[in-house]
Design a binder for this molecule. Structure first.
Ligand SMILES: [Fe+2]
Length: 267
């Protein structure tokens, strides 16, 4: 399978996937009609995914096929844990702070500083405070619904796969899903909720990630070309990894949609 064949097959699998083009939950959420309990439910389920994602990212790093992939994975892992990105070429320079409205969305963790309060999970904990959610209410496996845990386990299995073609397919799918606009839909709904009911809500966790995705979207085009050059690359496994991973993503959002339709919430 050459790059052109792979590109058109990927277009079919990833760009037309229902969770990328037609996510009922985020479409509804963007209208700003969610109740306080529904915003709390989203926060808890998202915190479980986002915290357990760190495990999948570590597995991806451990299973990386080459040094470049290993380091690229570590950039994401260390940044998640609290090492802020610093602009390349400005090693050792003082960082402007730890909050997502202040820290950079690009650069490298190399020669930067670790700050506890810059961990993405701590940003979510601070986001949850005005909603009445504390540290113990967020990010634990036992707080995840069945569909949230299915997604988290699929991330470990596919995104963190030992098979490089499978893992690359999953990465490609996750990045394209994340860049397709769901952050903006959540931000739209949260902004409306903040204005209506919760003025202290700080949306920086969400806006920081949205900014990162806008940058990713600008330079993902050549990732396919890099993937096909992996030793032993298998196009079929790449496509299966992408498709299976998006089913996991879809389960997460469909679970939240179903909870909305049936009035189920975490707390
Ligand atoms: Fe993050």
């Amino acid at each position: 399978m050459d790059v052109m064949d792979l590109r058109s097959a990927v277009d079919e699998v990833v760009f037309h996937h229902p969770v990328v083009v037609d996510n009922a939950y985020t479409k509804w959420f963007s209208k700003g009609e969610a109740t306080g309990d529904e915003v709390r439910h989203l926060t808890v389920q998202f915190s479980v995914f986002s915290h357990l994602f760190v495990e999948a990212q570590l597995r991806k790093v451990i299973n990386a096929a080459d040094l470049d992939t290993y380091r690229a994975g570590k950039e994401i892992l260390m940044n998640e844990l609290g090492v802020v990105f610093r602009p390349v070429g400005r090693a050792g320079q003082a960082q402007p702070g730890v909050d997502p409205e202040l820290v950079s969305t690009e650069g490298t963790v190399e020669a930067s500083r670790f700050r506890f309060a810059a961990a993405h999970f701590e940003w979510l904990v601070r986001f949850g405070a005005p909603l009445g959610l504390g540290f113990a209410d967020l990010g634990k496996r036992h707080q995840g619904s069945e569909s949230t845990l299915f997604f988290c386990d699929e991330l470990l299995r596919i995104y963190g796969s030992e098979d490089a073609s499978t893992a690359e397919g999953a990465s490609y799918a996750v990045e394209h899903w994340a860049a397709a606009g769901f952050w903006k839909e959540l931000i739209g709904g949260l902004t409306a909720f903040k204005e209506r009911a919760c003025p202290d809500l700080n949306l920086a966790f969400w806006t920081w990630h949205d900014k990162v995705e806008d940058q990713h979207a600008a330079h993902t085009a050549d990732e396919l070309e890099e993937a096909v050059q992996l030793p032993g690359f298998d196009g079929g496994k790449f496509l299966a990894g992408a498709a299976d991973m998006l089913q996991g993503v879809k389960a997460f959002w469909d679970g939240l949609w179903d909870d909305h339709l049936h009035g189920r919430t975490s707390i």
